[in-house]
Design a protein around this ligand. Structure first.
Ligand SMILES: Cc1cc2nc3c(=O)[nH]c(=O)nc-3n(C[C@H](O)[C@H](O)[C@H](O)COP(=O)(O)OP(=O)(O)OC[C@H]3O[C@@H](n4cnc5c(N)ncnc54)[C@H](O)[C@@H]3O)c2cc1C
Length: 862
């Protein structure tokens, strides 16, 4: 067992624990904390107004100020409570790596960040400590090898120079590392390390050089809000009026947000690394060595090694409140908890065990419920931006996030897709003390888990349950976390107690259940509990006008009409993907996916202006039960007196009907490509309606179906899922949704002009970037996400989301392809020889513009 060192746990005073701190430009190094901040002598005075106030002088805040100033918004003031870097940034390990993510946004931001850090010194005269010593990511088990092969192919597609190398080659680059148990390494030569303090100082210097003002020892005690919008900030030495605020206050962001009613569900947690004693054989130019199976990253540091740790279960820190005066602070390390991880980590370089521990460092870092940052304009307050919760990668993405936020503020939109990271994906319940304490334990460990597909969060569960929950559980539902809801993923059958499926890149253990559910919907009838869908009622004399203005399709037609539509931003790209049902002249139901709940609400409310409308989130009050499949009409007919014939109740219509003893809205619509109905019933009647449907349906073979079947069914039909296969960087032309654009409707719609310009730019030809359906020829390999697509051997895109097509007989996905200026039309697709790279394998595929399953939609109209 590794023991605490005799020496002090923290290095010499005035140095960062990693021994890399360089004093800032004003000669200010780490200082003792101070309860009553006072402006530094000679600092600029507090202005009475500014266009933007950035709160927090860590890597994120300074990067935002830098990029705002670079964009010409020099009327920007950054306020730092104490000294720059005094929160989390000062003690970061400084890994600057681009390899490892299957998110296009994250990979692009990492690349931009690395390039920025590489050039900042020349621009500002302030060193950043950037050293491209390289990164070797080690795969020590087959699951990880498969993961890294898949990630490497995707990262290469996006321009990251990463190569698989043998264990012997790893040993050549890292002679002290134990390599007898590893399968391969993945080498990214241009990655490396930076000095986080120096980078922050360089960004601050660059921001100042371009005209931004940075004030240290100036805490923001309140963000001032007037009529739902930011009006200014308050500090102990006065107020600043402003139009925009960016809360980049790191682990304090949640507390600061609370004061203005802005929910920012992040939580500080312990985060560790150690510095060994001297190791003369270590070459300071060896690459960063990352070995997730041993919970560690290792790099040369101060004559020895830095050994960083990501333990599987971590410890939240200061769940009640992060102390306001905590500056350049450290947390006493928990040797007992961390001992086994240390042992495993140091064993990767056995000589480190002899060198001993010089410094064992623990500092706080912010983690979020899904390990993704909290980015964007808060739904609660207009002009209140948040950039926090960086989950241990704030340095290596900080340059990019600064650029994205600055772009968002100065142009009205970010320059990357932010759907996955947007603050409005999160909910206020996730900021409760209990939730944060429970969930954070899981977050940090996920960083180094093998990222098998389909993992669901395990902690803080059971928060949002549909009224059908117990009924589904009795049928053997395996539940996953769906925006906090317990969503049935698949069913093991009545009376079964399903176990968490073993992680795999192949066919999962529940394959047969999944296949049976899929087939039940194609051939008979399936029942889905979709109560997690976001449901919003828009009422009032102007409801139709407002919704028609927001929707690219014409939604204000006949009463009882369901319209599939996108909401666009002013740039003509997609903000939301939903249905609008006209229930009465002044009453509409908007239905969107669970993740879009707060985004759709905020979008509606912000665009409502003076319109005479009321917007009510009725998600909790309405349960959605879907009956889908060729026999769905028979099932429904048994519980209602309504005429369900095609003539009386055609596709894409809605009406209130009786359902057993209950009443509910019945909409004839489908997300699986069959005859089907979506029922919206008052929550307290849902169990009754369910029981009626089951009693009528089971004799006809009705089967309960889960999200896995929903996914495979919709993928065969190429139905889009916002945030998964289409996002805010796509327009309806590229997404293949132009059929849902009412170009000429009176009054137009938000984003119409921009979309028309995009259309006209192609001169009447199809766009050169287009979402296509991909079907593998070989029935065995599995597609999940981020697999690279090739035409005649040339990479042209990647699979954004995928599933298994049980009817089509192979993995099926949706991929965005780029023809490099040529139109993506049937001829271009048909004349190509298509394949998909899955890990190191290349699998032949078919590609099409229209869905391979029932392309004419005959089954839907049945
Ligand atoms: C041990 C450890 C190792 C790490 N290693 C790496 C790594 O190798 N690579 C990597 O990319 N990331 C790493 N990280 C993560 C990285 O350090 C963080 O993600 C990043 O520093 C977060 O930056 P920030 O600007 O959001 O927060 P902070 O640096 O905490 O900045 C927030 C600032 O806001 C100020 N503030 C708070 N409240 C107010 C207020 N009311 N008014 C004014 N100012 C206020 C604070 O004083 C603070 O300076 C590591 C983290 C830890 C703990």
């Amino acid at each position: 067992m590794i023991r605490p060192p005799e020496a002090p746990l923290i290095g010499p005073s005035g140095a960062s624990p990693a021994g890399t701190h360089t004093p800032g430009p004003s000669g200010t190094g780490p200082s003792p904390s101070h309860a009553e901040p006072a402006p530094a002598p000679g600092a600029p005075s507090l202005p009475g107004r500014a266009r933007v106030v950035v709160i927090g002088g860590g890597i994120i805040g300074t990067s935002i100020a830098y990029h705002l100033a670079e964009a010409g918004w020099t009327d920007t003031v950054l306020l730092e409570r104490d000294l720059l870097t005094s929160g989390t940034t000062w003690h970061a390990a400084g890994l600057m790596v681009t390899f490892g993510s299957t998110s296009q946004t994250s990979t692009e931001l990492r690349q931009y960040t690395r390039d920025l850090y590489a050039r900042l010194e020349a621009e500002t005269g302030q060193a950043t400590g950037f050293r491209p010593i390289g990164l070797i990511e080690v795969a020590a088990d087959p699951g990880r090898l498969e993961e890294y092969r898949r990630v490497a192919a995707f990262n290469r597609h996006l321009g990251v120079d990463v190569h698989e190398i043998s264990p012997a080659e790893v040993a050549g680059l890292w002679p002290l590392a134990r390599t007898d148990d590893i399968l391969a390494g993945f080498h990214t030569p241009a990655d490396g390390r930076v000095n986080p303090v120096d980078v922050t100082m360089a960004l601050a210097k660059g921001a100042r050089m371009r005209g931004a003002t940075i004030l240290e020892r100036t805490p923001v005690v309140d963000v001032l809000v007037r009529h739902g919008a930011v009006a200014g900030v308050r500090t102990p030495v006065g107020d600043i009026e402003c139009e925009y605020v960016v809360n980049a206050a790191g682990m304090w962001a949640r507390q600061l947000g609370e004061r203005s009613g802005v929910s920012i569900p992040l939580q500080a947690a312990e985060h560790y690394y150690l510095i060994t004693g001297p190791m003369p054989d270590v070459d300071p130019d060896w690459p960063v060595l990352e070995d997730p199976r041993s919970f560690t990253y290792i790099r040369p540091e101060g004559g020895g090694l830095m050994v960083g740790l990501f333990e599987t279960r971590c410890a939240p820190w200061q769940v009640d409140r992060v102390p306001e005066e905590f500056s350049f602070g450290t947390i006493p390390p928990d040797w007992d908890r961390m001992g086994p991880y240390l042992e495993a980590a140091m064993s990767r370089v056995p000589a480190s065990l002899d060198a001993g521990v010089h410094t064992f460092f623990c500092g706080p870092e912010s983690f979020t419920p899904d390990l993704l940052p909290v980015i964007g304009e808060a739904p609660e307050v207009r002009g209140y931006f948040v950039a926090a919760g960086l989950n241990s990668i704030g340095i290596l993405t900080g340059g990019g996030w600064g650029r994205a936020i600055a772009h968002w503020i100065t142009t009205g939109r970010p320059d990357v897709d932010v759907t996955a990271v947007s603050i409005d994906r999160l909910h206020p319940y996730q900021a409760t003390r209990g939730y944060r304490a429970a969930r954070t334990v899981e977050s940090l460990g996920m960083v180094y888990e093998c990222h098998y597909p389909g993992r669901s969060m395990r902690t803080a569960r059971g928060i949002r349950r549909s009224p059908l929950h117990d009924r589904l559980a009795a049928r053997g539902a395996w539940f996953r976390d769906v925006s906090g809801w317990e969503g049935a993923d698949w069913f093991a059958g009545a009376g079964s107690s399903p176990q968490e499926p073993a992680p795999t890149w192949g066919r999962p253990s529940y394959w047969e259940h999944w296949a049976a559910e899929h087939r039940a919907v194609r051939q008979g009838v399936g029942l889905f509990d979709m109560s997690f869908m976001a449901t919003v009622e828009v009422t009032g004399p102007d409801a139709g006008v407002l919704l028609d203005r927001l929707s690219a399709n014409a939604v204000d037609g006949g009463i009882g009409r369901i319209t599939y539509t996108q909401w666009l931003n002013e740039g003509g790209t997609i903000e939301a993907d939903l249905t609008v049902t006209k229930l009465a002249a002044d009453r509409f139901l908007v239905v969107a996916s669970d993740t879009a709940q707060r985004h759709v609400l905020a979008w509606l409310r912000r665009h409502a202006g003076a319109a005479r409308v009321s917007v009510a989130d009725v998600t909790s009050g309405i349960s959605q039960i879907n009956v889908q499949g060729p026999r769905s009409r028979e099932v429904l007919a048994a519980v209602t007196s309504a005429d369900l014939s095609d003539a009386a109740f055609p596709f894409r219509t809605a009406r209130e009907i009786d359902l057993g003893f209950a009443r509910g809205l019945c909409t004839r619509i489908t997300y699986v490509g069959e005859l089907g109905y979506e029922l919206f019933v008052p929550t307290e009647m849902a169990a009754h309606v369910h029981d009626e449907l089951v009693a009528a349906g089971e004799p006809l073979g009705l089967r309960h179906c889960g999200l896995k079947a929903l996914g495979s069914l919709r993928m065969e039909k190429a139905y889009r899922d916002y945030g998964h296969d289409i996002d805010s960087t796509d327009d309806p032309l590229e997404a293949g949704l132009v059929f849902a654009v009412a170009w000429d409707k009176p009054g137009g719609f938000v984003g119409r002009d921009a979309l028309a310009r995009r259309r006209d730019a192609f001169g009447g030809r199809p766009p050169s970037r287009r979402l296509v359906q991909v079907l593998l020829d070989d029935p065995d390999p599995m597609l999940f996400h981020a697999e690279v697509l090739r035409r005649d051997g040339v990479e042209v895109g990647y699979v954004r989301s995928a599933s298994y097509g049980f009817t089509l007989g192979g993995s099926v996905g949706l991929a965005m392809v780029d023809a490099g200026g040529d139109p993506v039309d049937a001829a271009w697709l048909d004349t190509g020889d298509w394949s998909v790279q899955i890990g190191n394998d290349v699998v032949p595929a078919q590609v099409s513009l229209s869905p391979r399953y029932d392309p004419r939609g005959a089954r839907i109209r049945g």
